[in-house]
Design a protein around this ligand. Structure first.
Ligand SMILES: Cc1ncc(COP(=O)(O)O)c(C=O)c1O
Length: 331
């Protein structure tokens, strides 16, 4: 079979059992390996859906410019779609992101504006604000806004959810995913709970993000916001794509546990993953341990992206040592 373009190769990623990092636990944990998408992340799914929907609604015209605030993965997905369909791309990102991610976007022909990380989202220098401003200034441009664009969660409702349901033959009991924009967890959970309302959904958050406190108290607290190194999950705002009605529990993971687990999964499972994947696995296993899940449980955990984007950070011993994480890696 010949695909008409690389866009048709998005999705249908494999579900792979974790065997060694789950030692001491009886449940089955299966990982949805999203780095096997053409852009090496889960975000390919939402990129094509957001652009498809924008084209249908006439929000983007041939030759137009796609502008987005992205930590890299959504940019990569959008850049692939733009390359195939002849759009230009401008991305804003933060100075916390790996240089690999920024160079990758530039390699696909996109322009990238690097903005400061530690400013409020409303600050005119933030990567959200700069993306918004550029989209107002540049004619025939489209700002997908993955945070509040519900095509994001819809992409997961239409693809990730059904794939997991079919791949587990309906036997999934627990679903764990990091919460960034919230699209992955909300869209997938909505589909899965429609098939079986007893499926438990576990959101994985970073220490330094607002989600866990918001989930537990219903209050948005700026006091929770602290800098952290794990890229892609946790927020300092509540995007439209997060719907806590579909989330049964939220586990917070710190950088040390997330990033050492990332290396462990690569070393023990042969899965070369990014840092938010390590956080998701750590959070999923911690939940399984605390809930005493036994052999009847089948947990699916999402691995959003690839280790290739973190070679100079998580997979660099000097960088890990600087942050005091290396001893755990050598355990
Ligand atoms: C590396 C990485 N992991 C996880 C996520 C979280 O997925 P979502 O935005 O669908 O909540 C993102 C999203 O930005 C990401 O880039």
């Amino acid at each position: 079979m010949i695909h008409n373009s690389i866009i048709e190769a998005i999705g249908n990623t494999p579900l792979v059992k974790l065997n060694r990092v789950t030692e001491g636990l009886d449940l089955t944990v299966a990982a949805k390996v999203e780095y096997l998408n053409p852009g090496q992340s889960v975000k390919d799914r939402i990129a094509v859906k957001m652009i498809d929907d924008a084209e249908k609604e006439g929000l983007i015209k041939p030759g137009g410019t796609i502008i987005e605030g992205t930590s890299g993965n959504t940019g990569m997905g959008l850049a692939l779609v733009a390359a195939v369909r002849g759009y230009k791309c401008i991305f804003t990102t933060t100075d916390k992101q790996s240089p690999e991610k920024i160079n990758l976007l530039r390699a696909l022909g996109a322009k990238v504006e690097v903005c400061p990380t530690n400013v409020d989202p409303e600050d005119p220098r933030s990567y959200y604000s700069v993306a918004k401003r550029l989209s107002e200034e540049i004619p025939n441009s489209y700002y997908p806004n993955q945070y509040d664009n519900l095509s994001n969660l819809q992409a997961h409702y239409e693809t990730t959810g059904p794939e997991i349901w079919e791949q587990t033959e309906g036997k999934i009991t627990h679903y764990a995913a990091g919460i960034g924009t919230g699209g992955t967890i909300t869209g997938t959970a909505k589909y899965l709970k429609e098939q079986n309302p007893n499926i438990k959904v576990i959101g994985v958050d970073s220490v330094g993000s607002v989600y866990k406190h918001y989930f537990e108290t219903g209050e948005f607290s700026k006091d929770e916001v602290k800098p952290y190194l794990t890229e892609g999950i946790g927020e300092d705002l509540i995007p439209e794509n997060v719907d806590f009605d579909y989330i049964d529990d939220v586990v917070q993971v710190n950088d040390k546990n997330a990033l050492t687990m990332t290396r462990k999964v690569a070393e023990k499972e042969g899965l070369f993953i990014g840092g938010s994947c390590g956080a998701a696995v750590y959070g999923a296993l911690e939940y399984a341990r605390n809930a005493r899940l036994g052999k009847d449980a089948l947990m699916v955990v999402i691995l959003p992206d690839s280790g290739t984007r973190y070679v100079s950070k998580i997979y660099n011993d000097d960088w890990m040592r600087e942050h005091g994480f290396l001893d755990e890696v050598n355990d």
